[in-house]
Ligand binder design. Structure first.
Ligand SMILES: NC(=O)c1ccc[n+]([C@@H]2O[C@H](COP(=O)([O-])OP(=O)(O)OC[C@H]3O[C@@H](n4cnc5c(N)ncnc54)[C@H](O)[C@@H]3O)[C@@H](O)[C@H]2O)c1
Length: 502
């Protein structure tokens, strides 16, 4: 299938082969040939070689950028995006960049000026606005039935604790006495685009100022730095005077609210999709059925609800036909700056921060030298100088076992089972009772390995009790009821007795 009515093709290099590799399949239908890949990590390069056997694969970014191709997909470390995009544009490549666009306002100014100077296409790969429900919301919004934008609640509440200690494919960070390059410490507000991005695209409005209060409590199992591992709500005033409540970060309930109030109608696409018309709080509720605008069968097979297909589509379309995509460098700056300024507001007791507009020379000049970063932490130095690597190299593996995402081992399973047992008598139905029984059975099997992990963790903690790594180990051990777990035979006997009674 040819989506663009042209035989022209785009030669693409992918820089950062974790997330970057997830676009390879969608590229095929979009006149894009993946001809090169670059990653420091050998296991990422091996995986890429299997899907793209004819492509150049290298760990060396200069060799990569010197190769003959038209465009780069930048999916490198979060704090490196602006530097890497500018380097790619200087090498003559069009660029699409993973979220977010830059790390400091000064880098944002450099990025805008590099796009203007080189004339290259720049796209931000913010995919959530292009999920089926959000694209459909945009279509309804453009019909005018909602009136003016008044208020929205959008969330990207996502517990990514396990990724603080692994790469995106679940492999523990190496060397094991370090934490993940940025996921282990990034201030939660910085990763703000998956929830604010859709509201900006649906309403076409620009964010103008932001205010945020800092939430002090953070989740166990994270490195205890001032801004990560917690919820990060902010209020953003948009260019028409409406307000967005943007909620991001890690919490005990992943949520993805999608609610928008206009002055004439309301839209809720959180679960069942419906609108309330009648221009009243008690107007009629009508259910709607989101449809793709076109090319739905191609989008359906792509990640993030089809969003990954569309962002690639818009990029290819701009290169092949000249038609502009939804995230140019200026709107990419708008959305990125809100996260940076929300973190600043939260650390300044909630004082509202204006969102500079990098279309304007005076705003660029004001922020040209602003390189402040909230919560900057060095993930390579989470143990004291001179630590014994024979002890500390197990850190990332131990922590990734505690935080295992699937919930079939580690802290999630332990709490599912033990807290489920506490709630068992209160449960409303058999399905929930069976779920708790199954978790208890799983825990009985997992306890010996969990106990071994607790012992490994305690060895590291006892050797280095006063460092940043210790904050994550200690809170994990507490969450795991480690003394109970390490008394394994008694713990198993207790669980079996409970099962016999349940
Ligand atoms: N839009 C989304 O839904 C979504 C989902 C996941 C990740 N992301 C974004 O994608 C980016 C990458 O995230 P990830 O999940 O792959 O994890 P990651 O940050 O662990 O991966 C970065 C990869 O790039 C490689 N790398 C970094 N700098 C390099 C360089 N100069 N030369 C060679 N290789 C280099 C690293 O070895 C690593 O494999 C992040 O910025 C993240 O924000 C977006």
């Amino acid at each position: 299938m040819n989506c663009f009515n042209t035989d022209k093709r785009i030669k693409l290099g992918i820089w950062g082969l974790g997330r970057g590799s997830s676009f390879i399949e969608s590229a095929k239908a979009l006149n894009i040939d993946v001809v090169a890949g670059c990653d420091y990590n050998a296991h990422m390069r091996d995986r890429f070689k299997k899907t793209c056997p004819d492509a150049l694969v290298t760990a060396d970014e200069d060799e990569f950028l010197a190769a003959d191709f038209d465009a780069v997909l930048v999916a490198t470390w979060f704090p490196a995006h602006a530097k890497d995009c500018i380097k790619a544009m200087n090498a003559g490549k069009h660029v699409m960049c993973e979220v977010t666009s830059f790390f400091t306002p000064a880098e944002g100014v450099q990025l805008v000026e590099a796009v203007e100077r080189t004339g290259k296409v720049y796209h931000l790969l913010e995919n959530y606005p292009f999920m089926k429900v959000n694209q459909y919301a945009k279509k309804l919004w453009s019909q005018g039935i909602f009136g003016d934008f008044a208020y929205a609640e959008y969330d990207y509440n996502h517990d990514c604790r396990s990724l603080s200690f692994t790469y995106i494919d679940g492999v523990p960070v190496m060397p094991g006495y370090e934490a993940h390059n940025w996921r282990s410490w990034l201030h939660s507000h910085y990763y703000n685009t998956h929830s604010l991005g859709p509201v900006m695209q649906i309403t076409g409005l620009r964010p103008e100022q932001v205010t945020a209060f800092h939430i002090t409590p953070s989740l166990p199992g994270f490195l205890k730095t001032p801004g990560n591992g917690r919820m990060a709500p902010s209020l953003i005033q948009m260019s028409n005077g409406g307000v967005v409540r943007n909620l991001i970060g890690s919490s005990t309930c992943d949520t993805h609210s999608k609610r928008i109030w206009g002055t004439r109608a309301y839209l809720d696409f959180t679960g069942n999709c419906y609108v309330r018309i009648g221009s009243s709080g008690h107007g009629r509720i009508l259910n709607v059925k989101p449809e793709w605008p076109e090319l739905g069968e191609l989008a359906d097979s792509a990640g993030h609800g089809g969003g990954d297909f569309w962002e690639l589509y818009y990029f290819a379309r701009e290169i092949l036909t000249g038609e502009k995509g939804p995230w140019d460098v200026y709107s990419s700056c708008d959305v990125t700056l809100v996260g940076i300024m929300a973190a600043r507001s939260s650390l300044a007791g909630g004082i509202p921060q204006r969102i500079p507009d990098f279309r304007k020379a005076e705003d660029r000049d004001k922020f040209r030298n602003d390189n402040d970063v909230a919560n900057l932490t060095d993930p390579k130095r989470i143990f004291p100088e001179g630590h014994d690597q024979r002890i500390t190299e197990k850190f990332a593996t131990v922590m990734s076992k505690f935080s295992n995402y699937s919930g079939d081992m580690g802290m999630i399973l332990l709490r599912n089972a033990r807290d489920g047992m506490k709630l068992y008598k209160e449960l409303a139905g058999d399905a929930d009772r069976y779920a708790v029984i199954e978790d208890v059975r799983l825990l009985i099997k997992a306890l010996p390995e969990l106990a071994e992990n607790c012992r490994e963790a305690k060895t590291i903690l006892d050797a280095y009790p006063d460092c940043l790594a210790a904050t994550a180990i200690r809170s994990s051990l507490e969450l795991c009821d480690c003394e109970w777990v390490m008394d394994t035979d008694n713990a198993i006997a207790e669980l079996k007795a409970w099962l016999a009674d349940a």
